[in-house]
Design a protein around this ligand. Structure first.
Ligand code: PHE
Length: 456
């Protein structure tokens, strides 16, 4: 069924590397600590881990199974498995989310590229305040930010015209161990700083009263979907390049453990390092949290310029393996469903994303409209993150769970998961989570979030 020109991963490791490359990115190292800081610390971490284990891991299995069965882009995949139904709209939501997320993701990836230079050259010196002021001035320099955003989009596009295979597998194979090694070193340094114990307590001792805070629940759910690249068809697309000889269950466990481990590790750097600074408040850092805490940490380390530059190079590369997967979803759709050539699809989607990225790039500039949207009190970039991460991705996941649980049905999906004698752990538990727990939990969180936002 699969066209021979669609390409495929070279092995299961190839899939794990590509999927991990998609999952591990800004979501882990920038997004997770930022959200923990805004969600009040350890309570957020606890809710996040529950979302990952009970909701997201089962949905990742479902997405990969859909992709591998259909061997098509996310829109066509639903049509192949259940022809003549409206389920394909789930895939379309994913295609739109790919463009939406990439449009603000590229802006932040651009910041990391600039910080390679800033840390290497020791551009900032002085106390915490100096680092904060430097960041604020940097992100308000709109022409530079737009240039960096276009650089990120252009690099992503130029890699993707050649197809997603080969390249990302090799980059990720090298990237993951080095990234984990460097994060471990930094974590060891951070937890031994004076005052680090306050950061550890903040990060690990949950304030139980916040566990049922609907804002925390929604933020944790959205963050889990975002970090694991779920709810928008990225894993359907990557699963469609996976051969039937490979075992999906173990591959997914690997990706989930790697992604979650790296996010947790980032927290063990940011919070101990942050709380070692007198007067530090994790909630006020906003999207600049890691860009103010980390460069200051590097500045205090022997050889810190080198460490810092290496860190931001790795982060930029991790972001790139994620932007590749974001762009690949709409591109694969235009190729598979509309017969476009790959270069044409890449050109058109990248162009559209660049246009949508401009207001996000303006979000910290001098034009008040974009920095604080009338009636919303938030910048354009924050609005994008809210729409796509907190709502579009969980809603996409909800429909994936309903589709596999009730339309394709667990038995049909298990046939795919256990193809060619592959083992799949606890099929009944997986089925129960997907049919009942995922839809009910996501549905309740979305409904209560709306009620909290619009009164009632
Ligand atoms: N998971 C990526 C990250 O953590 C972002 C992403 C989201 C990539 C959705 C693809 C799809 O950085």
């Amino acid at each position: 069924m699969a066209g021979t020109d669609r390409g495929a991963w070279s092995s299961r490791l190839g899939f794990i590397l590509a999927a991990a490359g998609s999952a591990v990115g800004l979501g882990n190292i920038w997004g997770f600590p930022t959200q923990v800081g805004q969600g009040g610390g350890a309570a957020f971490v606890l809710v996040y881990l529950m979302c990952v284990a009970l909701i997201c891991a089962p949905i990742m299995v479902a997405e990969v199974a859909i992709g591998r069965r259909a061997q098509r882009d996310p829109v066509t995949a639903f049509r192949v498995i259940r022809p003549g139904t409206a389920w394909w709209l789930t895939g379309l939501l994913g295609v739109l989310a790919g463009v939406g997320i990439l449009s603000f993701y590229a802006v932040i990836a651009g910041w990391t590229v600039a910080y390679i230079w800033f840390t290497a050259t020791g551009a900032v010196t002085g106390g915490q305040q100096a680092f904060g002021e430097f960041f604020t001035a940097f992100v308000s320099n709109v022409p530079v930010i737009i240039g960096l955003t276009l650089l990120v989009l252009g690099t992503t596009a130029s890699i993707i015209v050649a197809g997603v295979h080969g390249g990302i597998e090799r980059v990720t194979k090298l990237l993951m161990p080095v990234l984990i090694g460097l994060l471990l070193l930094l974590a060891i340094r951070a937890v031994t700083l004076p005052g680090a114990e306050n950061g550890l307590a903040y990060y690990m001792r949950p304030d139980m009263s916040r566990i049922w805070d609907i804002g925390v629940l929604n933020a944790a759910l959205g963050q889990a979907f975002f970090s694991l690249s779920l709810g928008m068809g990225a894993m359907i697309t990557y699963g469609s390049y996976l051969s039937r000889r490979e075992t999906i269950g173990t591959a997914v466990i690997w990706v989930v453990v790697l992604d979650t481990g790296i996010a947790l590790l980032a927290g063990f750097i940011i919070f101990p390092a942050g709380f070692s600074i007198p007067g530090f408040d994790p909630a006020t850092g906003g999207p600049g949290l890691i860009f103010t805490v980390l460069p200051r940490l590097f500045a205090t380390l022997p050889g810190g310029h080198l460490f810092g530059a290496a860190f931001f190079i790795l982060l930029a590369m991790a972001a790139l393996t994620s932007t590749i997967s974001l762009l690949e979803v709409p591109v694969a759709h235009l190729i598979d469903a509309h017969g476009w050539s790959r270069p044409r699809a890449v050109l058109v989607v990248t162009g559209a994303t660049a246009v949508l990225a401009i207001p996000s790039a303006l979000s910290n500039g001098a034009v008040p409209f974009f920095t604080s949207l009338p009636g919303l009190g938030m910048g354009f970039l924050d609005l994008m993150a809210l729409i796509w991460n907190n709502f579009a991705l969980p809603i996409g996941g909800l429909f994936v769970a309903l589709f596999v649980g009730w339309a394709w049905r667990i038995d049909g999906a298990l046939e795919e998961l256990q193809a060619e004698g592959a083992s799949f752990p606890m099929p009944a538990v997986w089925g129960g989570l997907l049919r009942y727990v995922c839809p009910i939990a996501i549905g309740l969180i979305i409904v209560f979030t709306f009620r909290a936002a619009f009164g009632g």
